[in-house]
Each structure stands twice: as C-alpha cells, then as structure tokens.
Design a protein around this ligand. Structure first.
Ligand code: NAI
Ligand code: AKG
Length: 411
C-alpha cells in the first residue's frame, strides 16, 4: 500500500468556483479529508490568503492565480484548472516554484461545440431580434434576412479540439467549413484551410473564434477584421474575451455590417453570479449574450471534476505529472515495495550530479530513476529500496542541494 509520508488527512485541498462535486468525491474517496469548498471565486486578497494555506488548489476560469500568490504559497504543491483555459494562472511563476498546473483539455469541448452550432443557426435566422420583438409585444413574421445554414460557409479561427468538432458537426448540417490556424492542421471531413485570416474573414458567412488567450490573439479581431467580413455575416466568440475588440464589434453591429453576434466571453467578466455584468453589447437586439457558459453543462462539469481530481491525486499520491501544462511530464508506475523520492529543481548544470552523489554516499540502492526537464525546472523521481528512516534522511539530503525547489517522500 503506497502511503504519502505526508498523511493525506493533512493535505489541504481548496476547491473554488463551484467545481463539480465529482471532484470532492474523488478526493474523499482517496482519503483526503481537509477539503475547503467555495461556490464562487474569492476576492483577490482572500484568494491569496486561502491559497497560501493550501497544498492543492482547484479553480475554473474566474480565479486569477498571480505570480505573487505563488511566491507567497510555501505549502502549495499543485494547481488544477477545472476547465481548458489556463490563462488565468501565472504558469511561469508556478513552474519557477516547482508547482505543476493541470487542466482538462477535452471534457467540455463538445458542450462548446453544441452551443456554437446552435448560435450559428439562431443568428442566421435572425432569431435574437425576433425573440426580443415578441417579448416587447411586436410581431413581424417575415423571411427577410433569414437563411438556412445549409450551404453556407463557416470560418473557424483556431482549429483545435473545439474548432475541429464544430467543423465536423457543421458539415453534417451541410455547411462548408474553412479554417485558419497558426499551426498546420489535418483537415477533417471536407474542411479546408483558408489562405490566411483575411481570406477566411472575406469568405465566411459565419466566423467563429476558438483560439486561446495569448499575446498573439489579443484583439486579433478588431475594426479592420470586421470590415473584411462579408456584409451580413455573423460572428461568434466562445473562446476568450481578450480576442475581440468589443467597441469595434459594437460598431460593426450598429452599422449592420455584421448582422448578429453571439458572445460568451468578455475582456472583464463578473467574479461571481451576484456581480453586475457590464458590456457595450448589452441591450443590442442582434446579440446573444451568455455568461461564459460554453463549457457549463452537467455532463462536462462532472467529467472535468473526475478528470482534474484524478490528475491532482495521481501527482499527490504517485508523483505523475502526465499532461501538466507547465511542468516536465513524467508518467510513473506504482511504487509498491519501494519508497519514492520526488526532487524538483532549477534546470541548471550540476544538480543531477549532486542528486546521484547523495545515493552513492548513503549507499542506498536505486530501483528506478526518472528524469524530465521543461523550461526552468527539472524533475527527478527516484524509487529506492530503503527503510522509512533512510527515506527521510535521503529526502532531507536532497532538500539541501543548491537549486532544489521542492522534495517529497512517498512511502
Ligand atoms: N466559453 C467557454 O466556456 C470555453 C472556452 N474555451 C476556450 O476555447 C479555447 C480553445 O479551446 P480548444 O479548442 O480546446 O483549444 P486547442 O488548444 O485545442 O485549440 C486552439 C487552437 O488555436 C490555434 N491558435 C493559437 N493561436 C492562434 C492564432 N493566433 N491564430 C490562429 N490560431 C491560433 C492553436 O494552434 C490551436 O489549434 C480555449 O483556449 C479556451 O480559452 C474552452 C472551453 C470552454
Ligand atoms: O467553466 C469555466 O469556468 C471555464 C470554461 C472555459 O472557458 C475553459 O474551459 O477554458
């Protein structure tokens, strides 16, 4: 039976933003009892305080984990983003402190794809305006400006996990699919790459954004890009709010150059359900506004809870970092019958020699050794044939090596 030298009951797990109860159940089932659960994200000062007390932190998209928080979090061992995006976390700062960050790269992709397709159909039929008119007691039964999606061109910007799924589903509705990506991508079905972003914008009846938040995607769609789109085309953004210049979108909608839009993500989003939502797009009849719910289905959230909790538990109990987004990836077998030492260090010459010296000097036999480096950190896992006391001595000797960021002993 593998037992962490740091008892599971002492490991503090902080779960925020109402992550699914499937995560809570996973931690409990694995013997973790100190679980602090919050339905919302916390205000920055309180978040910093709670993170500083935790060993494992689980968030969604609304909690910003800053470099300063990582610097001040002595205990913090791992972070789980119960979502796809990890832009809310200072990943390099976490890496520099030897803290792996995990996410769920697939579990909510179908949910986003379904929402986007539904919105494409609603926008092409001008349903948002008709809906608002009926709510106001109006009645304008007319086909003017309403189109089927069949035969129309869908332009997907960012042809990754979500973009590709949307492409496949859209083709099943008879749409033509073109895409633009910075990487060369295998086109699924009959989809084809556009020559570049401008080409995609000029040819599409529907443009849908599926890129991550990065410096290169910031405001990648602004006044110039909207002007390149066909008159009467519609626009969807369920990626990140920073990708689109909102005043430029509002202007393109007001001028009717863009016939409608669906926006799920915003440059500034309320921290919680009680906070006020403010946007220049509020009150525009031809805009579907949703509160960042692209991935918010029960199916997706339950699966994400299981997936991310499993990654955090595997790291905590076994040392595996498979699919960490900022950390050397090591997939480890169980270590039944041996003690496991984890050593996270600055990725610089000389550290490995010192690690190996510790074992030759103490005469403890190494059963297996795993090493991986990424960016600023190196991660060495050593399985040893040692008593519990020897394990502790080894851990302390490893911790004393210059350049060490963290050590752990898994019994
Ligand atoms: N609204 C919501 O609730 C949700 C939003 N998202 C957002 O959707 C984004 C995309 O998700 P996935 O498809 O799973 O990610 P992914 O990583 O599989 O795909 C993103 C694609 O964008 C491409 N890309 C990156 N920079 C680009 C640029 N400047 N121009 C063109 N292409 C670029 C990448 O090469 C990649 O193929 C996530 O990063 C997240 O921010 C994800 C899930 C839920
Ligand atoms: O569920 C959330 O809070 C965020 C969903 C999202 O945007 C993501 O998975 O990147």
């Amino acid at each position: 039976m593998n037992k962490n030298s740091f008892p599971r009951g002492d490991i503090r797990v902080l779960l925020l933003e109402g992550v699914s109860q499937t995560a809570v159940k996973s931690f409990r089932a694995a013997g973790y009892t100190q679980i602090e659960f919050h339905e919302k994200s916390l205000p920055e000062a309180q978040l910093a305080e709670r993170v500083a007390e935790a060993h494992i932190v689980g968030i969604r998209s609304r909690s910003n984990l800053t470099a300063e928080m990582f610097q001040n979090s002595r205990r913090l061992m791992a972070v789980g983003c119960f979502c796809i995006g990890t832009n809310q976390v200072a990943l390099n700062a976490a890496q520099a402190r030897g803290i792996p960050v995990f996410n769920a790269p697939y579990s909510n992709t179908r949910s986003v794809a379904e929402l986007v397709l539904a919105e494409a159909i609603l926008l092409m039929r001008r349903i948002p305006e008709k809906n608002m008119e009926c709510h106001r007691g109006g009645w304008s039964k007319s086909a003017a400006g309403s189109y089927e999606v069949r035969g129309k061109t869908l332009g997907i910007v960012g042809y990754g996990h979500i973009g590709t799924q949307i492409g496949v589903l859209a083709e099943s509705l008879g749409m033509r699919v073109i895409f633009h990506d910075v990487e060369t991508k295998l086109a699924l079905g009959n989809a084809s790459p556009a020559a570049n972003l401008s080409d995609l914008l000029e040819r599409s009846d529907i443009v849908s954004m599926h890129v991550p938040e990065t410096p290169s995607t910031k405001n990648m769609i602004g006044a110039e890009e909207f002007s390149r789109m066909k008159k009467g085309a519609v626009f969807i953004n369920a990626s990140r709010g920073t990708v689109v210049d909102i005043p430029a979108l509002a202007a393109a909608l007001k001028s009717k150059h863009i016939a409608g839009a669906a926006v799920d993500v915003f440059p500034v989003e309320p921290k919680g359900n009680d906070d006020k939502f403010v946007s220049e797009l509020v009150g525009m009849d031809n805009v579907i506004l949703t509160p960042h719910v692209g991935g918010s289905t029960l199916e997706a959230q339950e699966n994400i809870g299981i997936e991310v909790a499993a990654k955090l538990l595997r790291y905590s109990d076994n040392g595996s970092t498979l699919s960490a987004v900022n950390f050397p990836e090591v997939s480890l077998p169980e270590h039944t019958g041996s003690r496991r030492l984890l050593h996270i260090h600055e990725n610089r010459p000389g550290v490995l020699t010192q690690i190996n010296n510790v074992f030759s000097e103490t005469g403890v036999n190494i059963d297996a050794q795993y090493l991986q480096t990424a960016g600023q950190v190196g991660y060495v896992v050593i399985d040893v044939d040692a008593t519990e006391d020897q394990g502790r001595v080894l851990r302390d000797r490893l911790a004393a090596i210059a350049g060490t960021l963290r050590t752990r002993l898994l019994n």
